[in-house]
Design a protein around this ligand. Structure first.
Ligand code: DLL
Length: 433
């Protein structure tokens, strides 16, 4: 039987959801107009006043916010309340430019943790469960968000944070952890390590995993489920909007329900900014309608996905987003062809390789080159060059069929690609353009 953390919200009628969104959007726009001069100026430049937004039908009139705005307004320019009302900051792991700093009131933390509690409950979590949170704790939102959600559900929470793989496995086994929260790449690494220790899925007490913070393919889900003997659920979110739990997967495991009582989702054409209908792929844009301290309106996530309002068998009524296939900014353009790392991952896993790979992009004599370094499993490892060449050819053929592009494949020895404890680094782009 499907369980919900907040059934009256999660299974509300579409009319009710729209009514909440209409009312909250109008209130939020007025609040932002009055308290965030940076955004008010953007609205004025678009010829809008606070009275022009009368409901969700008017949402498309509002100007977009982008990461560039967040950098420009750093640190306090988008604050929606007095600093004395804020109790926490979190920050992105951004490697370029200024970090994004997001602010939270206690009410913002509460709603964020509620969203994470919905995700844990959807994955089957109850107060009888032991939930090991192996996302990083600190400025990264993964640890604190799932930790809060786990408390709300009443799970016994093990805040291991990321890293120290031996200790992770010790706690899973000694304390009978039933739910594991971490990035999918770290889950795969934990699985690989347990297998090496001779543990079979039935000797691992885990029953479910809540994995997100990076793109991962269906094939990778299958492989993690098989190694750990669990059901693996996707969870999505971003620091700018609170953190994990903006959307989460249910028992149907085919897309994530967006918590629409807090976030209005749109998919737009990334080039023209025009909203796209259900089923069409584009960039995901969110409007936070309940958050006080960091009330972002029409924030462009750069994540590429598809929305679906189709009825879900789990009983939840909130719109579903597909697994993001990547970000507009991690889409590679190789000799004019669009390539997402997730497409490469699909081919590798379908041909029986583990999700340990790295994509190296370069430009040699004005031509883009793409070298996919793929790790062999210990069982595959051989020094027979003929066998290796044959395997590489199969991979090149598979990738050509998927991408429409001939790329180089290099098979490398087991354990030669660095394992990640947080978000995996899949692409190294050496082009200087
Ligand atoms: O990654 C929040 C999070 C923590 C989500 C733990 C899920 C679990 P940021 O560091 O701000 O926040 O990165 C946000 O990560 O825009 C996506 O590109 C990517 N991302 C997050 N979840 C998923 C997912 C956290 N399930 C950025 N699938 C987002 C694919 C994801 N990409």
């Amino acid at each position: 039987m499907e369980r919900y953390y907040q059934p009256e919200i999660e299974t509300a009628s579409r009319e009710q959801i729209k009514a909440w969104q209409d009312e909250r959007l109008v209130k939020q726009v007025r609040h932002v107009w009055d308290s965030v001069p940076y955004y008010r100026k953007k609205m004025e430049e678009a010829g809008l006043t606070r009275e022009d937004i009368r409901g969700t039908e008017d949402l498309h009139k509002l100007p977009f916010l982008s990461k560039a705005d967040l950098r420009e307004a750093y640190p306090y320019g988008l604050l929606g309340t007095e600093l004395k009302n804020c109790v926490r900051i979190q920050s992105t792991s951004g490697t370029t430019g200024k970090r994004v700093v997001a602010f939270y009131t206690q009410a913002d933390i509460d709603l964020w943790e509620d969203c994470c509690a919905r995700a844990i409950t959807a994955a089957g979590g109850t107060n009888e469960d032991v939930c090991q949170v192996s996302y990083g704790y600190g400025l990264f939102t993964g640890g604190p968000g799932l930790n809060g959600g786990s408390h709300k559900v009443g799970c016994l929470t093990i805040p291991t944070s990321s890293g120290n793989t031996e200790r992770q496995i010790m706690f899973i086994r000694d304390l009978n952890a039933t739910i594991l929260c971490c990035t999918p790449s770290y889950a795969a690494y934990l699985g690989e390590s347990m297998k090496e220790m001779g543990l079979t899925p039935d000797q691992i007490p885990l029953k479910a995993g809540i994995f997100g913070a990076e793109a991962w393919s269906e094939e990778m889900r299958q492989s993690i489920q098989d190694t750990l003997g669990i059901k693996a659920y996707d969870i999505y979110g971003l620091t700018e909007l609170s953190g994990p739990g903006v959307a989460f997967e249910c028992s149907a495991q085919n897309g994530m329900h967006i918590n629409e009582d807090h976030f209005i989702a749109e998919v737009i054409d990334p080039d023209t900014g025009e909203p796209l209908p259900d089923g069409q792929q584009g960039e995901l844009v969110f409007t936070a309608i309940t958050k006080q301290a960091f009330p972002l309106l029409r924030y462009r996530t750069r994540d590429i996905c598809v929305l679906s309002h189709e009825k879900c068998c789990c009983g939840r009524t909130h719109v579903k987003m597909s697994k993001p296939r990547g970000r507009t900014d991690d889409m590679l353009i190789i000799r004019g062809v669009n390539v997402f790392p997730s497409q490469i991952e699909t081919v590798l896993l379908n041909l029986g390789y583990p999700a340990n790979y790295q994509i190296i992009v370069d430009r040699v004599r004005n031509t883009d080159t793409l070298d996919v370094q793929v790790e062999m499993t210990p069982e595959m490892f051989t020094d027979n060059m003929g066998v290796i060449a044959e395997r590489q050819k199969k991979l090149v053929d598979g990738l050509r069929a998927m991408l429409g592009l001939t790329v180089k494949v290099t098979l490398v020895a087991p354990k030669s690609i660095v394992r990640s404890e947080g978000k995996a680094v899949r692409v190294i782009d050496k082009r200087k353009i």
